[in-house]
Design a protein. Structure first.
Length: 344
């Protein structure tokens, strides 16, 4: 085969920054992207965000009502979505010439009138072949509350189980698309710092780091200590997920919510991380979930770093066996280790 032309090389470079974003309705992904855009502006990065769902109402044919659009049959919506993605394809090269990254923000599916409906076809993803796929997630109660005041969704009568199922399917089905086109997929809490997405997009070699902490039983005092620890940790690994950024009900959680928490931590956050930090800030922080997280990270061959205070009994063979570095007895000892590691 002949060598690529300069123009072809330029397009290859640009398409590496095409990002496909999904998430359940009212997951608050738009607010996250606004914060991300502000960060990009500060760092002189130009980003174009495309919303196919908004463009749908400009498509030719029978007019659609914004609040009742999901009542339309598939044979009505599919031609309109094709028109939308045709328009995006026409403009994509122009966007690439002006921007450092292009984000297509859409959904994988909807739950409407008690039935799941796919947002659009896989052929659209295959056609654009994004470099990266992202799914936004949030706490079950915040999503439910926002849906409850949405003009479009307020009368759907959702319960917590609906949101658990919907969010789980968004993640699983988007990941399925990413695997089909052999591209990476990441689950991003919409309450996280925009630094996370910034590094995933513009610094793909950044080591995604997950903090394993007790997210269901921590007191406000311990949460403050965890917050200070995470703030310092971000200086070394800004591509970081703190599970406290996904709000959880401290009381009245359903069985479905508990199962959702397990899936979120063990199936989404830990597997996508390169480093997992098991943080034990106090003796009472012996957490079943944390043990499972560092155990899974261990068998997935992640870097597992355990940080706990001196008065915590370290006799557990699980804590000793899962770590990949000496146990750090203080936060400062751990950060000194990170400083030395980053010098290498």
């Amino acid at each position: 085969m002949g060598a690529r032309t300069r123009g072809e090389n330029r397009m290859v470079e640009k398409t590496k920054k095409l990002v496909w974003v999904t998430g359940a309705s009212e997951v608050d992904g738009d607010e996250y992207l606004n914060c991300f855009l502000s960060l990009c502006t500060v760092r002189s990065k130009k980003v174009k965000i495309i919303y196919p769902g908004k463009m749908l109402f400009d498509a030719p044919g029978i007019p659609l009502d914004e609040n009742n659009v999901l009542n339309a049959p598939d044979d009505h919506l599919k031609p309109k979505m094709k028109w939308v993605f045709d328009r995006i394809a026409e403009k994509l090269a122009e966007f690439f010439e002006k921007c450092d990254a292009v984000i297509i923000k859409t959904h994988r599916l909807f739950k409407w009138n008690n039935v799941y409906r796919l947002a659009h076809a896989y052929e659209n993803v295959m056609r654009f072949n994004p470099n990266l796929m992202i799914t936004f997630v949030d706490g079950i109660t915040p999503i439910l509350n926002r849906l409850g005041i949405s003009e479009q969704f307020r009368y759907q009568g959702y319960i917590k189980k609906d949101i658990c199922d919907w969010q789980d399917l968004e993640v699983k089905l988007t990941k399925e698309w990413a695997e089909a086109i052999k591209k990476p997929h990441f689950v991003v809490p919409s309450g996280e710092s925009p630094e996370l997405l910034y590094n995933l997009v513009f610094n793909p070699k950044a080591e995604l780091t997950y903090v394993a902490i007790d997210i269901t039983r921590s007191s406000s005092k311990l949460k403050k200590r965890v917050g200070d620890f995470v703030k310092e940790l971000r200086k070394y690994y800004p591509c970081l997920i703190n599970p406290f950024t996904v709000p959880l009900d401290s009381k009245n959680r359903t069985d479905e919510e508990d199962s959702h928490i397990i899936a979120m931590c063990l199936d989404w956050f830990v597997p996508q991380a390169r480093n997992v930090v098991g943080y034990y800030p106090a003796a009472i922080q012996t957490s079943e979930g944390k043990t499972h997280e560092i155990g899974k990270a261990h068998v997935l061959t992640k870097n597992v770093w355990v940080v706990h205070v001196p008065n915590l009994d370290e006799s557990s063979p699980f804590i000793k066996g899962f770590k990949t570095a000496p146990i750090f007895r203080t936060e400062e000892e751990f950060f000194e280790f990170l400083r030395e590691r980053q010098k290498k």
